[in-house]
Design a protein around this ligand. Structure first.
Ligand SMILES: Nc1ncnc2c1ncn2[C@@H]1O[C@H](COP(=O)(O)OP(=O)(O)OP(=O)(O)O)[C@@H](O)[C@H]1O
Ligand SMILES: [Mg+2]
Length: 272
């Protein structure tokens, strides 16, 4: 019997809508999946807006959001719940998935491929037309209300080949691929997030395109929208743009001195 429940976030439905700039009909897809009780899988590189998108959609649909960051120690009980010792008594405590089912919320499993295989056992009955969550330990069989939705995401880029979803899991989800937003949209996002001028944001996005072109050859992942937001934040705080770019668009990408030198050169050429 574990003493604590795993970490997860519960975002209440009453929160204001987090800013999200739609890119390719993803809001409509989410809404139609929600209305028709279909689970959704989002895949895409780090920092491209998956988490922000889910937060935005949960607020827009007025549902509480339970976010669980999956890792390789995460068990089925971490999601569904367990008996905990409290004041000398054992008491059942719902896990985030169970709470989302009971409340008709959205449960978001981030980096789902990291979770242990037994986690799929709990999510499978919720992702087909049964939409049930059996709680063996309490003997309950919960029927998910129409407002319950399961969303999972992962980054297909860097995971080990063995860490992949089984076809029987994968084929239970409506799936959508995310990528970095097109240049105009990305500049708009960076400007909206930081208040930096449109012109300077466009210049950063331009640089990002050149840095991303190095992906594959020397880099596992291209510079993310998240890092562009960091860069613009530092510039907006008064830092020189080439310096900010070094701290946010070069250093975080690689530990290899040659790779960083190549990235640094591109920064120099653009802003030096
Ligand atoms: N379409 C968008 N609208 C608004 N903000 C965005 C958008 N795309 C990216 N962002 C910005 O990029 C940041 C990173 O996005 P987010 O945290 O959602 O990435 P992610 O895809 O979940 O990454 P990871 O796989 O690492 O968890 C956000 O905090 C936000 O500032
Ligand atoms: Mg995320």
């Amino acid at each position: 019997m574990a003493a604590v429940m795993p970490q997860h976030d519960r975002t209440p439905a009453s929160d204001g809508q987090p800013y999200y700039r739609p890119v390719a009909g993803e809001c409509e897809l989410f809404e139609v999946a929600f209305r028709h009780r279909l689970p959704l899988l989002l895949k895409g590189p780090t920092g491209c807006g998956k988490t922000r998108f889910v937060a935005h959609m949960a607020a827009r649909l007025g549902r509480p959001l339970y976010t669980v960051a999956c890792h390789d120690d995460l068990t089925a009980a971490d999601l569904s719940g367990r008996y905990l010792l409290q004041g000398g008594e054992t008491r059942w405590v719902d896990g985030p998935l169970t709470r989302a089912v009971r409340e008709g919320g959205i449960c978001y499993l981030d980096e789902v491929v990291e979770a242990r295989r037994d986690v799929t056992v709990v999510i499978h009955p919720l992702t087909d037309d049964r939409r049930v969550l059996p709680l063996e330990r309490t003997g309950e069989l919960l029927h998910a209300p129409p407002e319950f939705m399961l969303v999972v995401s992962y980054n297909p880029g860097y995971q080990h080949v063995l860490k992949n979803l089984k076809p029987s899991t994968r084929q239970r989800f409506v799936s959508m691929e995310f990528d970095f937003p097109p240049p105009e949209a990305e500049a708009e996002i960076v400007a909206a997030e930081t208040g930096l001028s449109g012109e300077r944001c466009a210049a950063l996005v331009n640089l990002a395109a050149r840095l991303r072109a190095l992906k594959g050859r020397d880099l596992d992942e291209g510079v993310s929208t998240r890092l562009l937001v960091y860069c613009a934040t530092l510039v907006q705080a008064g830092m020189r743009i080439d310096e900010a770019a070094r701290y946010t668009l070069v250093e975080p990408l690689s530990d290899d001195p040659d790779v960083r030198a190549a990235l640094g050169e591109l920064v120099e050429m653009t802003f030096g």
